[in-house]
Design a protein around this ligand. Structure first.
Ligand code: MCA
Ligand code: AMP
Length: 527
């Protein structure tokens, strides 16, 4: 059976192709006819460039309806879509492109200066641009491909094991891993969520998430696409703005957001019960939702946020129910078709209220990491369960609560940041002896990145003769570290504070005690 995910979506397109599917914040309306024609042109250009099914197409662009159409075109012709966070900088992108070896790169026009030499150096065959308005060399060339091209109606058949996408997730060693996601992984998860969350005729989704991560692309956009036959529509915001979201909520029925979006909505005085009068569902995920936010939301709006839990490697794993009790501080039960188990330190199944490592198995779970067979051995158990690195427990009702992580990871505003990657960069700086990167509570982002470092002992300063500039050593400073990191990593990874200390606390084995540091700096951003 053809598992091509695009075929599944297309089978849900309404018979009347003049039906609107996307409405942007600027009032642009896109119907299914335009969607299909643009996808056909993009697909045709991919084929004209001779990019074969299974080859990679890397994309680092701003959110736009065209960005979504580009993804759908990649699915249609069976090439592997590689979305990259638009905040990533040249050094980060170089690693992904070198590792994934895409045949085609599409990037924002503003990045021409560094993308051009980078792609040339890596012998990437094709490079095009796409702007936030959907313009650029990609669209220009695609517009020259007639939509009645021979490839227009061809959907490349895909089997269970064929890849739809590779998404890079950072690794604990500082080296990112490419999670290989199949068409089957995505279709099984999307179909489950569409049903579990009760998508209904006429549902309108406010889409304000980025399109380069699982939440915005595979959870939000996929469920909306599956609802197309029921007149489902997406109200598309290029970025989350709380004020604009409150206005848009007046005319939608479903919202999916990360916890920071919920706290920002609550900070808006105009966000009231009346503003949510048409809403039927608020979903939260990608990071822990604080009980305070859950409760304040209920009091303010009368709605109970439905919290769910997932991972890039697995898609969605567990969810609170649509009907029945939604419990704050829990992520509900395993989704239908997904098996979750919690393993305690003795290798047995954790009992109620006992913390265990959360493992998962199901059609949603990735087949493995791109060209990292050793990681596949580490991350999967012998009986085929994927080890999430999250710690959870079952409460008395069998709901899962995520209570911690065994992986050293910071989640800030629902973006994952692996301390090791930043520690390696800080340690490279002149004047730094060693560093530890931790996440501490933050009122807006949930957690914020903090660097704690030990400065190098500097040689005594020798005053320069008056005629020469002072060649003395600059001691390391907080501002120097922040400035340097801004040039090297995506903005969300830049530390919000840097503390310079005499030494880092260590245990008897010499390992830095991050728990101790987290306690020490816990109130850095909290009132
Ligand atoms: C922006 N900044 C951040 C973050 N975002 N710092 C830390 N963490 C962040 N997440 C920086 C900016 O660069 C800026 O720094 C300063 O903070 C203030 O930015 P602001 O304008 O307030 O931010 P924003 O542009 O409004 O973005 C906030 C945001 C965004 C809307 C919450 O971070 C976001 O869209 N997060 C969602 C990420 C997501 O989709 N995650 C899902 C992953 P400066 O002033 O120095 O420039 S998928 C997943 O996790 C799984 C599978 C799942 O379960 O869904
Ligand atoms: P990512 O690799 O970006 O897909 O992030 C996945 C991680 O986000 C998970 O392993 C969890 O640590 C975290 N996560 C996602 N949803 C939730 C949630 N509802 N509660 C707590 N943590 C979550």
């Amino acid at each position: 059976m053809n598992q091509n995910l695009f075929a599944l979506f297309q089978s849900r397109f309404p018979g009347d192709r003049s039906t609107i599917f996307i409405e942007t914040e600027t009032g642009r309306l896109i119907n299914f006819a335009e969607l299909e024609t643009t996808i056909a042109r993009y697909a045709s250009l991919i084929r004209t460039l001779d990019i074969a099914p299974g080859e990679r197409v890397a994309v680092q662009i701003e959110k736009s309806p065209e960005a979504l159409m580009l993804y759908l075109a990649c699915l249609k012709v069976g090439v592997v879509y590689l979305p990259l966070n638009s905040a990533y900088r040249a050094g980060e992108i170089a690693y992904f492109l070198d590792d994934a070896q895409p045949k085609l790169v599409i990037h924002a026009p503003r990045d021409e200066d560094w993308m051009s030499p980078l792609c040339a150096g890596l012998n990437i065959e094709h490079r095009f641009t796409m702007s936030e308005s959907g313009g650029g060399s990609w669209s220009i060339n695609a517009s020259r491909c007639p939509p009645n091209n021979v490839f227009e109606s061809e959907i490349v058949p895909r089997s269970d094991h064929d890849l739809a996408a590779i998404l890079y997730t950072s690794g604990t060693t500082g080296r990112s891993k490419g999670a290989m996601i199949t068409h089957r992984n995505l279709s099984s998860n999307a179909l489950t969520l569409h049903q579990y969350w009760g998508f209904a005729p006429g549902d309108r989704l406010l889409h304000a998430l980025p399109l380069f991560h699982v939440h915005g692309l595979f959870v939000a956009a996929h469920t909306a696409l599956l609802n197309a036959q029921h007149g489902g529509r997406m109200v598309f915001h290029s970025k989350f703005d709380a004020k604009a979201a409150v206005t848009a909520l007046n005319d939608v029925t479903v919202f999916m957001g990360v916890p920071t979006m919920y706290t920002r909505l609550l900070a808006e005085p105009s966000f009231t019960e009346t503003a949510c009068k048409k809403m039927r569902l608020f979903v939260s995920g990608s990071a822990p939702l604080l009980a305070d936010t859950f409760n304040a939301f209920q009091t303010r709006t009368g709605h109970t946020i439905l919290e769910r839990y997932g991972m890039t490697e697995t898609g969605m794993i567990a969810s609170n129910p649509l009907l029945g009790e939604r419990k704050g501080g829990t992520v509900g039960r395993a989704l239908p078709g997904v098996t979750v188990r919690l393993m305690n330190e003795d290798g047995g199944h954790a009992k109620t209220n006992e913390v265990g490592g959360l493992q998962v198995k199901g059609p949603n779970v990735l087949p493995g990491y791109w060209r990292m067979p050793e990681k596949n051995k580490e991350e999967f158990t012998d009986d085929g369960f994927f080890k999430t690195g999250d710690l959870g427990l079952y409460d008395v009702d069998g709901y899962i609560a995520i209570v911690g992580r065994s992986k050293d990871l910071v989640i800030s505003g629902a973006y994952n940041i692996y301390p090791k990657e930043l520690e390696l960069l800080v340690d490279e700086m002149d004047g730094v002896s060693e560093s530890a990167v931790i996440g501490v509570p933050h009122p807006d982002f949930g957690e914020a990145v903090v660097v704690v470092l030990v400065a190098k002992q500097l040689p005594p300063r020798i005053p320069a003769p008056a005629s020469l500039p002072d060649a003395g050593f600059e001691p390391i400073s907080e501002s120097a570290v922040i400035a340097a990191m801004k040039t090297k990593v995506a903005n969300f990874k830049v530390p919000k504070r840097v503390f310079i200390v005499d030494d880092l606390p260590r245990n008897a084995m010499g390992k830095v005690q991050k728990n101790e540091l987290r306690k020490r700096y816990a109130s850095t951003f909290m009132p």
